[in-house]
Design a protein around this ligand. Sequence first.
Ligand code: NAD
Length: 477
Amino acid sequence: MPTLLIDGKWVSATGGQSIDVINPCDAKAYASLDRGTDADVDLAVKAARRAMDGAWGRLTATERGRILVKAGELILKHGDAIAEIEARDTGKPMSVARADVVAVARYFEFYGGAADKHHGEQLPYLSGYNVQVVREPHGVAGLIIPWNYPAQMFGRTVAPALAAGNACVLKPSEDACMSGLKLAELMMEAGLPAGALNLVTGYGYEAGAALTSHPDINYMSFTGSPEVGTMVQEATAKNAVPCALELGGKSPQIVFEDADLDKALPIIVKAITQNAGQTCSAGSRLLVHESIYDTFVGRVAEAFKKVKVGTPEMDFDCGPIVNKKQFDRVNGFIDEAIKTGVPLLAQATIAQGCSKDGYFVAPALFGAVPRDHRLACKEVFGPVLAAMPFKDEEDAVHLANATEYGLVSGVWTENGGRQARMAKRIQTGQVFINCYGAGGGVELPFGGMKRSGHGREKGFMALEEFSTIKTIVLHHG
Ligand code: NAD
């Protein structure tokens, strides 16, 4: 089956080439994707432009919302099928894939309902004037998403972009995007006019680069690595196209001596092991007050040893790493830490029956990691937790802010004053206190500071991002 959706039809790439889809549990190819290139991206952008100027652009916000709500219903109806596709593509446990599908449906419900509640205002001005400030879609929006939560990323970008009235060209990741094909099919079934959503599968350096530098896109939303994000921003800057970047993280979990440790423990372990650590907001640094460091980190080590890695069907705590390149990168971090003498405090187990060819990595806990070690500063994007002690509140703030990232943080303390001070001083886009949402729900604005990017997704903020402002001044005398 062709995998490019252009102008409401599934078509093959003009170049006729394909990309193998690999099952991360056994490294075997089980399907193929069309390898879209610049010619396909151009056709997709033209189709989106026609939709903007045609049937899609003429719909009212309420009509757009209805289509999205209907899409949400269809997603839930086909939930089991989508979850199976997602689990096979990424290797994640079946129960997690099912929960992901519910989250995708939620994006469509939320933004379907919000579409006609996002509006402008009337301003008081000079006598004889009527001034309206209205919100309009940017026009054609380019969306580039990664492989770690392919279905959720589809919902997180496509739903608000369409709710705000944009026509979209989506370039999903070549490493995992099979669920996106099914989701796009359901969008058409929900009544989305042709060209409102176009999907081009292909490599980042081909289809992705062609989309970011296309002169007829009006907005770019990119989720992925800081390295590629910088290239995307450079490319869009050449055409003065606004660009939102959702990039990586090295998020700290900060545990003070007065914390409810029983509550914190399972949440801290899950925040780095879920999705095999391949979560932008994974809690990958564990900062613990020195007075409880040994005992608490010891408890985390015991919990780590009980974590189990397996196939989707085994449905344990996490699955494999998504591809060979990332598998080598994660193992590289673990090997380097061991070689440089960082104590490996605990490692989880890979279940019997997992293929030796699969990209399985046993989650690892290291500590005390020197503050200037690569493991303390750089994103692994795998199930590796770096524990470090801190002296006092000042030191905790310093350490929490000591990386180039600023996506999410978790603070564990019962002291109200300290909760407020920490929330104010930590440089991250989200701060969780005595909980950890790993990005949080659909309602919560999400995005980074520093090299974790800029722009906000989720909540009503996403509708602001995906729209622009027009001021209309009428002199009526
Ligand atoms: P990546 O940057 O390699 O790829 C992301 C997407 O960009 C893919 O679709 C890829 O094909 C495309 N791409 C690659 N090169 C491109 C180019 N030159 N021009 C245009 N597009 C290009 O990232 P990844 O490995 O897929 O994902 C992992 C990274 O994503 C991690 O750093 C992670 O933290 C980050 N991430 C961030 C968030 C967030 O919301 N902040 C969410 C998920 C993942």
